[in-house]
Design a protein. Structure first.
Length: 511
């Protein structure tokens, strides 16, 4: 027990001293303020049939719990998904592997620190909520119990599950990096639907609120909204009522048990998959498969010879070929086969499915290839070579951007050929704008964030709520073409693409 406590204290000190943790605490304080807009704000976060409770402790506590259950999992997962990676980066993994600390002790201490970090974020949000209640002044009576119990019953089990999933993903090799970030994003999307529709937990709480509002205001008209809803002149006026809250019941506690059991299962999988930083697998050189050798011989080598021949005459084209080769080196043969299949599907699928599903899938297929953009030279240990190169930094940046643009264009080649053949020049222009925006965003995130994770987290969210859900002001492609042009979105996306590119190139040149 003493060893475990020492591990928890040491790891907690190391991880809470990071700048990202301090920034996260400040960001969550600001987010809490956005969770509860002022009474005269143009948006609302929780509205029940055009009614919301006054900002008293009961309403703020339940609302904070609802919003935390929905949005904290996607925010906090990427904050704590570095428990094992920090030991690898700090070169202390071999020392830990050589110590007599048991594997279950080490992993449980890492999980405990994950939980402590997430709980500290919720505590900061609770303190901010108290200040918000006093600031808005709709009720000055502070009831700490009704503020805290929804966090204990609804939020804490979610935090336990997030902490377990984060350390489980780190222990599984193929989920450790960017693929794990994408997989977790879609897990979160699915969990939102399950949470809202569940017969216990938040779903049950929403039903109780809705029933109470209907009983107290039978003539109320409107829809229940949880999230962010921007009002307009046609929206009904938001009225307030005094809500005294509810008491926790056994059903609420029973609803938390599945998440607790799920956390235990994830910890068990973590124990089975964690290799205690074993380096033996790195020493063994794996032989390439028959598929890889065949693909390299029939596709890779001829394509490389073709590019060498056509890019040998100019310095920029030679640099472009090398950037493209550096970007594609290490990609799985199955990734290239998937790219070919997506292009074939783009040719034969209906135009509606092409724009709403297949082309967005092609962009998502390239996320892990584009995410190193902006810090690819750092990842490939070529910073010194690029610094002392005869080529200017602007030329290097342009070559890197163009290489990424070509990769994404290759993923959409079937759709582009189809638009050209059918004379769909507007759709072709939208495709070019979407590719440019994606590459500019990847370049910006890599250069400013210094890590691949920022793009791997941000882009799937924009991708899902934009082209997939066709939210007008997030859809950078314009699935509903006519509506998008009427709203001026292609012009705005073009301006953002150029702005992000110029800002990134300027900052990289100044370094």
């Amino acid at each position: 027990m003493n060893t475990m406590l020492q591990c928890i204290i040491a790891d907690f000190k190391q991880r809470t001293r990071q700048q990202s943790y301090i920034v996260a605490l400040l960001a969550m304080s600001v987010l809490t303020l956005l969770f509860f807009p002022s009474p005269d704000a143009q948006y609302q976060t929780l509205v029940i049939n055009s009614y919301r409770g006054i900002y008293n402790s009961a309403w703020l506590g339940v609302c904070l719990a609802m919003l935390n259950v929905l949005f904290l999992p996607i925010i906090c997962f990427y904050l704590v998904k570095n428990a094992l990676e920090l030991d690898r980066q700090s070169m202390t993994s071999e020392l830990i592997a050589a110590t007599p600390v048991a594997k279950h002790t080490f992993l449980f201490s890492k999980w405990c620190v994950n939980v402590l970090m997430l709980v500290s974020i919720v505590l900061i949000m609770l303190c901010s909520t108290v200040l918000i209640q006093l600031y808005y002044g709709e009720s000055y009576q502070i009831d700490f119990w009704v503020l805290i119990w929804p966090q204990l019953v609804f939020v804490l089990p979610v935090l336990l599950a997030v902490a377990s999933i984060a350390i489980m993903f780190e222990s599984i090799k193929w989920l450790r990096a960017g693929l794990g970030n994408l997989v977790y994003f879609f897990i979160w999307i699915g969990s939102i639907v399950q949470t809202i529709e569940s017969v216990s937990g938040i779903g049950n709480l929403l039903d109780q609120l809705d029933a109470e509002v209907v009983a107290r205001f039978p003539l109320s008209q409107g829809a229940t909204n949880i999230g962010i809803k921007v009002g307009d002149s046609l929206s009904p006026e938001i009225n307030t009522f005094i809500w005294q809250g509810i008491e926790p019941t056994a059903a609420h506690f029973w609803g938390a048990l599945p998440l607790i059991f799920f956390s235990l299962i994830c910890l068990g999988i973590t124990y089975l998959c964690f290799d205690r930083f074993s380096q033996q697998t790195l020493a063994v050189k794996q032989q390439s498969s028959w598929l890889h050798r065949t693909f390299s011989r029939t596709v890779g080598m001829p394509l490389d010879s073709f590019l060498v021949f056509f890019t040998q005459y100019f310095a920029f084209t030679r640099l472009l070929r090398l950037e493209l080769k550096l970007m594609l080196t290490g990609q799985s043969t199955y990734w290239f086969i998937g790219l070919i299949i997506l292009n074939i599907v783009q040719v034969f699928i209906s135009q509606q499915l092409l724009m709403s599903i297949v082309l967005p899938l092609a962009w998502l297929w390239c996320v892990l290839v584009l995410s190193p953009l902006g810090q690819l030279e750092k990842q490939s240990n070529t910073v010194e070579l690029m610094t002392y190169s005869k080529q200017s930094s602007r030329l290097q940046s342009l070559a890197s951007y163009s290489a990424a643009w070509l990769v994404l264009a290759m993923a959409c080649l079937g759709g582009a050929i189809r638009f050209l053949t059918l004379g769909e020049w507007v759709l072709l222009l939208q495709l070019i704008i979407a590719i440019s925006f994606t590459v500019s965003l990847a370049y910006f995130c890599g250069a400013f964030g210094g890590t691949k994770r920022l793009f791997e987290v941000l882009y799937p969210a924009i991708w899902y709520f934009g082209p997939i859900q066709t939210a007008l002001y997030v859809d950078f492609f314009g699935v509903n073409s006519q509506t998008s042009w009427q709203a001026g979105m292609p012009y705005a996306v073009t301006a953002m693409s150029v702005g992000l590119l110029l800002l990134t190139v300027g900052v990289k040149n100044s370094r």
